[in-house]
Design a protein around this ligand. Structure first.
Ligand SMILES: [Zn+2]
Length: 577
């Protein structure tokens, strides 16, 4: 061993380029070179690194999943050894892999993989009855029928009743969710199973619809009232979660995403992530978030057992650091707390209280990353107050970012607090352009409040850390980061050739790319690991079919992902499809 060190020392001093020059004349393979050679090199590209000091590079060398060198084609060529795979990008544009800092990857396909009864919200009552009959025919032994989703417009007040469902399923418990998934109808057998009677008190943040004359439950349950039902339905086995997650992950990889924040991570997801990472098939850096005050939309979750064992799941790719609270609902349905109130009066409310605030302070104090959903500016302000408390009680925690998601509305005086308190502002901008639903939002909150709508530019200019999440599949069709990018830089409808007026202030392409890469990395507390193309960082990269800096911002959505590179491996190749 000693001999080798002596031999290598002068070679190292010469520098790799000099060693390369000597290579041809050496009779034996050079040990230094073999050790210094890259596993893979991507060269001849226009690589946007998101690094402040060297924003563009031509080539990268990767070894053991990390960037070994980032620089000119010539500089990187020095790392090409006999076994190095060289990928010629042919002048293509590349950048760090996208980071989706708020996505629910278990959700898009869970019901489908679990074999639930699914029908589109366009179905009329007759079509639903046929779908239910066909399902019963196919699953004669299903002990409970779980399905979705019926259009609220089918019923006079948007609420279906047990009589309607009884007429289709009467011999076993059944529940069918409405199109918003905020409410559901159950049949008589399910009311019985869930123990819901005329005497059941109304739950907090939800309601049991009752007949005004008889007091009997009608079968329609909203928000948390559904918990009594879903707690009676067995959780899907891990195989179902795994299939659902894998399908969503495949999509995310094809869209160029290499890291994400799983915004509601349940126990089966913990196990699936671990299994996939051990098998070498997890192609993402994942930051988990344990749901703390709500149910995870698929059943009631008691967070305590998951919190107690979370740290055992920490691994190079999966970080169970997050604790997720739903601080409110959405301003659109007036379930968010607004400082100035809604157009027709009322301020809405939060879905968290002092006990939740205390727990947030405790979790943050113990190093957890508190992530709170806040739609209204009143909710955002209250959560910032909580983080104010955290910083006061635990000043040593100041360097650990906390997180508020959505921020549909933020007051100017609160925007400045994000930077001071080191709280990441996470936005979900994909629908932030003029549309019927945004007009409806304006009607609900009033024109005055719209001045404070999704002010991403002001938040960035205020020096806050900003990140972007798709929130897929909640209210959005996909998690395509290029669509989000286009909306960020135009704030116009990406489907309508951008002829509309912007809704709010666009941000620059540089800022948009940064918040969708390094911004997400910071939010995940992984900024030293991912988010930019720099020496030593994880070799995650996306290669696109056009240079984002050279095209009309209104056509970003037409960009195609050529390669997604994770840890130096090409995990998506558009040409191979
Ligand atoms: Zn979400």
């Amino acid at each position: 061993m000693k001999k080798h060190i002596v031999t290598l020392a002068p070679l190292l001093a010469l520098g790799v380029a000099a060693v390369l020059a000597q290579k041809a004349t050496r009779a034996t393979p050079d040990v230094t070179l073999a050790k210094g050679a890259a596993d893979i090199v991507f060269t001849n590209g226009r690589i946007y690194t998101v690094s402040k000091t060297h924003p563009f590079a031509e080539a990268v060398a990767v070894r053991d999943g990390r960037f070994l060198e980032v620089g000119s084609a010539k500089e990187v060529a020095a790392f090409v050894g006999e076994r190095t795979r060289v990928v010629d990008l042919g002048g293509a544009f590349a950048m760090p892999g996208f980071i989706d800092d708020h996505v629910h990857p278990a959700q898009p396909y869970l019901q489908q993989e679990g074999g639930a009864l699914l029908f589109p919200e366009s179905y009329d009552k007759k079509q639903i009855a046929e779908a239910v009959a066909a399902y019963l025919n196919k699953h004669p032994n299903a002990p409970i029928i779980v399905g979705e989703k019926w259009a609220m417009g089918l019923f006079p007040n948007g609420r279906a009743t047990k009589d309607w469902l009884d007429s289709m399923v009467s011999d076993r418990p059944a529940v069918l969710r409405d199109e918003t998934r905020h409410g559901a109808v159950v049949n008589t057998a399910m009311l019985k199973l869930a123990g819901i009677t005329r005497d059941t008190p109304q739950p907090r943040n939800g309601f049991i619809d009752k007949d005004p004359r008889t007091g009997e439950p009608t079968g329609y349950l909203a928000e948390t009232a559904q918990q009594a039902v879903f707690s009676k339905i067995p959780m899907y086995p891990d195989e179902v979660w795994e299939r659902a997650l894998r399908r969503a992950m495949q999509q995310l990889t094809a869209w160029g995403v290499t890291a994400y924040t799983d915004a509601s991570t349940n126990a089966p997801q913990f196990r699936v992530y671990r299994k996939m990472e051990r098998a070498g098939s997890l192609n993402f850096h994942v930051s988990g978030s344990i749901p703390m005050n709500d149910w995870a939309k698929d059943r009631v979750i008691d967070p305590e057992p998951i919190v107690a064992t979370a740290d055992e799941y920490r691994s190079p790719l999966f970080d169970p650091v997050g604790r997720k609270w739903w601080g409110d609902g959405t301003p659109l349905s007036k379930t968010s707390l607004m400082v100035a109130g809604y157009a027709d009066g009322g301020h809405g409310a939060m879905s968290v209280d002092q006990a939740d605030f205390d727990r947030m302070v405790a979790e943050a104090g113990r190093g957890a990353l508190v992530r709170v959903h806040a739609g209204g500016d009143g909710t955002g302000r209250a959560i910032l107050d909580v983080f104010e408390e955290v910083r006061k009680l635990r000043p040593e925690s100041a360097s650990q970012p906390q997180h508020i998601a959505h921020n549909f509305f933020l007051r100017d005086e609160d925007i400045t607090r994000f930077r001071r308190l080191n709280v990441v502002a996470n936005f979900s901008p994909v629908i932030y352009y003029r549309s019927p639903s945004m007009s409806l939002l304006e009607q609900v909150v009033g024109a005055e409040n719209m001045k404070y709508f999704a002010n991403i530019k002001k938040t960035i200019d205020g020096g806050a850390h900003v990140s972007i999440g798709s929130d897929w599949p909640t209210g959005v069709v996909d998690a395509n980061p290029l669509r989000m990018l286009q909306v960020l830089v135009t704030r116009k409808n990406p489907y309508e050739k951008n002829t509309d007026e912007p809704l709010g202030d666009p941000i620059s392409l540089e800022d948009a790319i940064r918040v969708m890469t390094l911004g997400g990395a910071y939010s995940m507390r992984k900024e030293s690991e991912v988010g930019s193309i720099e020496r030593g960082k994880a070799a995650d990269m996306v290669v696109l079919d056009r240079n984002l800096f050279e095209i009309d911002p209104g056509s970003i959505i037409d960009t195609r992902v050529v390669y997604t590179v994770f840890a130096g491996r090409i995990v998506h190749d558009a040409r191979a499809r």
